[in-house]
Design a protein around this ligand. Structure first.
Ligand SMILES: [Zn+2]
Length: 91
């Protein structure tokens, strides 16, 4: 059985010699990936980094499913979401 888990289950930011133990992406719209909201996870760069991490961890099958979903979202006239998902699925 294959279990897919994020490569970085904790935020992991180091401040003043201490490593943040919050769940990766805690308090953001990308829980499970990247920095928590206290360590830049909600910034433009923090969100982009989390999206990049999630995109790189995708299998080809997940990538295809996401691209199919993005096309459906575009058809549903939710162009913003469709474009964001397509960027995540494309390397
Ligand atoms: Zn943190």
């Amino acid at each position: 059985m294959t279990v897919t888990t994020p490569p970085q289950p904790k935020c992991g930011a180091v401040r003043k010699g201490k490593t943040c133990t919050q769940v990766a992406g805690w308090g953001t719209d990308h829980v499970g990936w990247g920095s928590c909201k206290l360590h830049g996870g909600s910034t433009r760069a923090g969100r982009a980094a989390a999206l990049r991490m999630a995109g790189e961890a995708m299998t080809d099958q997940e990538r295809q499913a996401l691209m199919d979903f993005a096309r459906v979202a575009k058809l549903a006239n939710d162009v913003g979401a469709g474009d964001r998902i397509l960027r995540m699925a494309q390397r």
